[in-house]
Design a protein around this ligand. Structure first.
Ligand SMILES: Nc1ncnc2c1ncn2[C@@H]1O[C@H](COP(=O)(O)OP(=O)(O)OP(=O)(O)O)[C@@H](O)[C@H]1O
Ligand SMILES: O=C(O)C1=C[C@@H](O)[C@@H](O)[C@H](O)C1
Length: 295
């Protein structure tokens, strides 16, 4: 009774902290989860290379899947299921690249796979249903401001999504094929610590970004988002300015500290040279359209 799944990280088009509407795109950098079911009654999480990191999110994901699969059929006499869950990730935690959504999706999918439940069959558990369990887990353990259904849906479904995080509703999804440049400074910014009140002050800008994103004008949407949220969250706009005007779009990703840019490959290589003079790491990748998969 083992399951393994991998989920992509994501970059931001629109941060949902201002209005509850958000938009994100899956990128080709993965978090993998391995779940092993047992009859211990305990759920124990581990994060590779981060022995002191908070494992409550992935433990809660396993717990919610077991509860929803059980449907209240277990009795006092039946052995209670337990599990170990271990994640391994290409992207650093709390860096703005949606590692929490990827970890939640990979864990939910790996647990479903260990239980032999197929998310592609409507009568069992849909992909969106699986995604909503991960969002619920994130809310339960307090690692998110809005639930982050935007990040979670991009990672679960692949492509670029626009969502209403107040209602966990998908407003649009499109498969895109972009080159992506990522810059991650050597620090962490936890979404749960972000100043939501300051973000709410830029709601008119967020509404404009949502309109652009829903029109498919993702590049300009990202750039407006970048300037607005760098201001609200106190991050430098220098990486945005050094990427402009050549890129199609550039933004702070999530609640920072990473930045993402999209555009032609050669243009991004030029921006990478400039971003490499900053402290931290940069890498070139692409968008991802398959979303979360069992492996
Ligand atoms: N690879 C992982 N394995 C298990 N749990 C993780 C992993 N990555 C993140 N988490 C959980 O998510 C929390 C960090 O969430 P947070 O939303 O701040 O980061 P993020 O998703 O990288 O940022 P953002 O939402 O800005 O993209 C961690 O404290 C941990 O509980
Ligand atoms: O925690 C949250 O609710 C969020 C965090 C960031 O990734 C944002 O980009 C996202 O829109 C919402």
């Amino acid at each position: 009774m083992n399951g393994r799944a991998t989920a992509p990280a994501a970059g931001t088009v629109l941060n949902a902290l201002a209005t509850g509407v958000g938009s994100a795109f899956a990128i080709d950098a993965d978090t993998t989860a391995e779940v092993s079911l047992d009859d211990s009654g305990d759920i124990r999480g581990e994060i590779a290379d981060a022995p002191d990191a908070d494992t409550r999110l992935i433990e809660r994901c396993v717990e919610l899947v077991l509860e929803s699969a059980d449907g209240g059929s277990s009795t006092d006499e039946s052995p209670s299921l337990g599990a170990t869950v271990r994640t391994e990730s290409d992207v650093p935690m709390a860096s703005g690249l949606k590692s929490s959504s990827a970890a939640a999706n990979a864990t939910v999918m790996a647990t479903l796979s260990a239980l032999d439940i197929d998310v592609e069959r409507e009568d069992e558990m849909t992909r969106k249903g699986a995604c909503r369990l991960g969002v619920q887990a994130a809310r339960d353990v307090g690692v998110t401001a809005t639930g982050a259904f935007d990040d979670a849906s991009a990672s679960m479904l692949g492509g670029v999504t626009v969502t209403d995080n107040d209602r966990d509703e998908l407003l649009s999804r499109e498969e895109v094929s972009w080159d992506v440049l990522v810059y991650t400074p050597p620090e962490q910014a936890f979404s749960a610590d972000a100043d939501v009140e300051r973000c709410q002050r830029i709601a008119p800008m967020a509404e404009l970004v949502a309109d652009l994103a829903l029109d498919g004008d993702y590049g300009r949407a990202m750039t407006v988002n970048g300037f607005a949220f760098c201001g609200a969250l106190g991050f430098s706009t220098d990486p945005l300015l050094s990427a402009l005007p050549d890129v199609d779009g550039v933004s702070l990703s999530g609640t920072g500290p990473s930045y993402v840019a999209v555009g032609g490959r050669e243009i991004l290589e030029g921006v990478q040279e400039r971003w490499e003079s900053l402290e931290g790491t940069t890498w070139l990748t692409t968008t991802q359209t398959d979303g979360t998969r069992t492996i």
